[in-house]
Design a protein around this ligand. Structure first.
Ligand code: SF4
Length: 328
């Protein structure tokens, strides 16, 4: 079973559905091979980006698949203890069901204290250990030294769902897409990961009949795409947010992203803490200020992408860059 499931994960080509795109089998192999008499498995259900609800959908509709995925990991990785880490809302709604389904398996339900950064894969290890929610330096990776310094497998809810499907021979290369915003038929849909954004919108009766743009791959961190750019698959998180161009104030939207990042970064590093604050100030000053300070904004974006300590900071520049290039 052990050897087979890792081989099956490899054959499936499954990559982490948190948006990392990292091959799942490599993490499993690394944790399995790590020399330790105690290992941990963490199922990350912190889903905290605005307008992204796909993990919540899985927790609500398919909790038994999630538990089967965790059970598969527990069986594969010797001497392991599992944590299911849920944001406050998901903990209140789903922890009892998951507890019941876990039976006597070594599974602990853990309530996240709140804040988007507490969902980052190393920050959540700190949180479980009772420390401040801030990311850790990598390497060492959690697979080598995670919870309490022990090898730890961290995968998100959707990834465990697909692991369950692979273990049952039911995986067909699909993923979940959260479709939100001004879409006509909002919700969470399961479709092939090779589908383009345009195909996804058409198949789900969500292709707009009005002038629109979309934010793809993250609720706040996603990239802006125009209608003519939708012939490509979703990269990053399975999220598509539709905006009606006539009804959307682009500056308000950019300000909302900046406020989200300012309020949710952990203050650990300067490019993110100070840079995002400066970006918010500039955007709040209006279009003329943004255009007048474009060069310094570009420098802040580059600093974020190249020097921010963790993915939250590194990904934060993307939406602003694409919105300024395509919408202002
Ligand atoms: S990039 Fe932002 S969220 Fe990440 S460590 Fe730095 S301050 Fe914290």
């Amino acid at each position: 079973m052990t050897k087979e499931i890792i081989q099956e994960l490899k054959n499936s080509g499954l990559t982490g559905r948190s948006g990392s795109g990292f091959p799942v089998w490599q993490k499993w192999q690394a944790v399995k091979d790590a020399p330790s008499n105690q290992k941990y498995i963490v199922c990350n259900g912190s889903e905290g980006e605005p307008m992204v609800f796909k993990d919540g959908h899985i927790l609500e509709k398919y909790p038994e698949e999630l538990i089967n995925g965790v059970k598969t990991a527990l069986k594969t990785i010797d001497n392991s203890q599992a944590y299911i880490y849920l944001n406050k809302d998901y903990y209140a709604r789903f922890s009892q069901t998951l507890k019941n389904l876990s039976g006597n398996m070594p599974v602990i339900l853990f309530e996240e204290p709140g804040g988007y950064i507490a969902g980052e894969e190393t920050a959540l290890l700190n949180v479980i250990e009772g420390k401040r929610a801030e990311p850790r330096l990598k390497p060492p990776y959690p697979t080598q030294a995670g919870l309490w310094g022990k090898p730890t497998l961290v995968q998100n809810v959707e990834t465990f769902y697909w692991i369950s499907k692979i273990a049952k021979n039911e995986y067909q290369g699909h993923r979940f897409y959260s479709i939100e915003g001004d879409a006509a038929n909002k919700g969470v849909f399961e479709l092939p990961e090779t589908d383009t954004v345009r195909q996804i919108l058409q198949k789900t009766d969500n292709y707009p009949d009005f002038d629109f743009f979309a934010q793809i791959g993250g609720g706040a961190a996603g990239t802006i795409m125009l209608a003519k750019e939708l012939d490509q698959p979703v990269k990053g998180t399975g999220s598509i947010v539709i905006y009606d161009r006539l009804r959307t104030d682009v500056l308000d939207l950019m300000k909302a992203w900046a406020e989200f990042f300012v309020n949710n970064n952990c203050d650990k590093c300067t490019p993110c803490r100070e840079g995002l604050y400066r970006i918010l100030e500039t955007i709040a000053g209006g279009k003329e200020k943004i255009l007048a300070e474009k060069q310094s904004l570009d420098e802040l974006f580059t600093a974020l992408e190249k020097t921010a300590f963790c993915p939250l900071g590194r990904m934060a520049a993307g939406p602003f860059k694409s919105a300024m290039a395509k919408l202002l």
